[in-house]
Write a protein that binds this ligand. Structure first.
Ligand code: HPA
Length: 270
């Protein structure tokens, strides 16, 4: 995989002027963050060697370089999910590309269902820990020691110190960010009420179909990571409503400005 990542990175480096310090992976409907970048350089996934294609509505499929929150950044506007049929190693591939580009900090975002009854649609939640209910791992297979260790530590899947700085900055601006545990499921069907009841007993606060493979890969290569969910709906059975992708996109659009502020604080405080 090392050589494959190298080829992708060599291509991308020929398009940009500056090494990105921070990498962003933007979840469903959250790609709008890149509209706030200065001097953007946009590269379509289909033009990037070895890069997968994005197939989902709300995931446009562009890599955007630029300046945001006072730093040089790169964002994936549109990520890859297991339910699209991608192997899990391909879902995590962009994290290796970020690492080799020179990224020091990773910000992962997603749209999620709220399991914790205290969470409501529109809430922004810091992911303090994760549960892997997809039962697969992007590191399965031979390990390349040039990328990272065989058995990476996962005792702090997201960076507490970086989070403390973000929380302080958010409090100063009276912006509320909650905290919770995110559970990763394969999808694409949403969960049943019985499944959500089980996840709640396990200690999960949020549910979604992404983020954990990227966090695992970031632990593998040693990039500091923070992750945020935008709660777009009550999880199945938590409230009396049917779940739909339209609702997810609608809430993401409504919260665009606030969400972008949080991401900008995260970039600034790395
Ligand atoms: N379940 C799984 N994934 C999701 C949800 C959900 O309720 N909302 C947004 N992504």
């Amino acid at each position: 995989m090392y050589e494959v990542v190298r080829e992708t990175v060599d291509f991308l480096k020929s398009k940009i002027h500056d090494v990105p310090e921070v990498g962003l992976i933007l979840g469903s409907g959250l790609g709008g963050v890149t509209e706030s970048f200065d001097d953007p350089v946009i590269v379509d996934y289909e033009n990037i060697p070895n890069f997968p294609r994005s197939t989902v509505e709300g995931h446009p499929g562009k890599m955007v370089f630029g300046y945001f929150g006072g730093r040089s950044v790169v964002a994936l506007s549109g990520r890859f999910h297991l339910y699209e049929g991608h192997p899990v190693s391909r879902v995590a591939f962009p994290v290796y590309v970020f690492k080799m580009l020179g990224v020091r900090g990773l910000i992962v975002t997603n749209a999620a269902g709220g399991i914790n009854p205290k969470f409501k649609p529109g809430d922004i939640v810091f992911i303090k820990d994760v549960i892997n209910l997809a039962f697969c791992n992007p590191l399965r297979g031979p390990n390349d020691e040039r990328l990272g260790p065989r058995f990476p530590d996962m005792s702090t899947p997201t960076d507490r110190r970086w989070w403390e700085r973000i929380r302080e900055a958010a409090q100063a601006k009276r912006l509320e960010i909650k905290e919770g545990v995110y559970v990763w499921v394969r999808g694409p069907s949403y969960e049943t009420p019985a499944e959500i009841a089980m996840m709640r007993k396990m200690g999960a606060d949020l549910v979604g179909m992404s983020t954990v493979p990227e966090i695992i890969a970031a632990s593998h290569v040693g990039i500091r990571t923070v992750a945020f969910s935008l709660v777009t709906n009550y999880a199945s059975g938590i409230a009396e409503n049917k779940l739909s992708q339209e609702e997810v996109i609608e809430v993401a659009n409504r919260m665009k400005v606030r969400f972008t502020k949080v991401i900008s604080m995260a970039v600034k405080t790395l």
